[in-house]
Design a protein around this ligand. Structure first.
Ligand code: XBP
Ligand code: MG
Length: 250
């Protein structure tokens, strides 16, 4: 085993409901739009990966009259710039918590000499800011490759972002594990040939994770074991390097 590749939103931290969603709504309001993505509406919109793509999908389906009027590409870009600014300020002003077991596994991987990488649809600044807020300024350097946002043409569930990261790591998929929280993410990682550990969130719990190596409530801690939800069951109630190596060898 050579590297671990992590998704960000939902996987490193539960960012969607109280950060991304709130930032979208504030961006709409600041642009004079009365659009409001409530918690359940946002769950449906999350099927579309990528913030710009999500806004565009919403306009196409709920406000098609705007498309007829023209200038939608520009509107989407402007709303997304506002949204990103607001998201970054929410990250700065709040206290972002990583999901259980994430920091433990990242630190263990580093001690074991494994390489780390990120594969996400979110905007690059969102990733570096989240890593710095949650783990300290130097944490961005822990990751050999940060594959994010528009660096590939097609977002998850396309495997392109994982292929990009594997290419930059110069590693075969068989020597890595991916960590995801959603069916879109699992399809992207599995499509690139990666064994994938899935830790669903409240938004993704009912999705289909067929093909995942293991589905667990979270990565687990020594004194707060994870719940096994599907695939292989972790032997010690948590996902650690010894467990990943055992699964890889099998
Ligand atoms: C995360 C996303 C992102 C965020 C918004 O998906 O879909 O689009 O919701 O980020 P994943 P941006 O966890 O599968 O990568 O607005 O910066 O695009
Ligand atoms: Mg995710």
């Amino acid at each position: 085993m050579q590297a671990l590749i992590f998704d960000v939103d939902g996987t490193l931290a539960d960012t969607e409901r109280d950060l991304h969603r709130v930032a979208f709504n504030r961006a709409f309001r600041s642009a004079g739009l009365d659009w409001c993505w409530d918690v359940s509406t946002y769950g449906l919109l999350l099927k579309v990966a990528g913030g710009k793509e999500r806004i565009r999908h919403y306009i196409d389906t709920i406000h098609p009259e705007l498309v007829a009027r023209g200038g939608v590409d520009r509107l989407v870009r402007e709303l997304h710039v506002r949204k990103t600014d607001i998201y970054l300020s929410l990250l700065r002003d709040g206290e972002i918590r990583l999901r259980p077991g994430v920091e433990r596994l990242l630190r263990e991987a580093r001690r074991c000499g494994l390489r780390l990488a990120i594969a996400t649809t979110t905007t690059p600044e969102n990733v570096t800011s989240l890593l710095a807020s949650a783990l300290g300024d130097g944490a961005v350097q822990w990751f050999d490759v940060i594959g994010a946002g528009d660096i590939v043409a097609t977002k998850k569930p396309s495997p392109d972002i994982y292929r990009y990261v594997l290419d930059r790591l110069d590693l075969p998929a068989a020597s890595c594990f991916a960590f995801e929280d959603s069916a879109n993410g699992l399809r992207a990682a599995a499509g690139a040939g990666l064994r994938t550990i899935v830790t669903p969130t409240a938004y993704t719990l009912d999705e289909d994770f067929t093909g995942a190596c293991s589905v667990v409530s979270d990565l687990g801690e020594p004194h707060a074991h994870c719940e096994h939800l599907g695939g292989h069951a972790p032997g010690r109630g948590l996902i650690d390097i010894a467990q990943l190596e055992a699964w890889q060898a099998a």
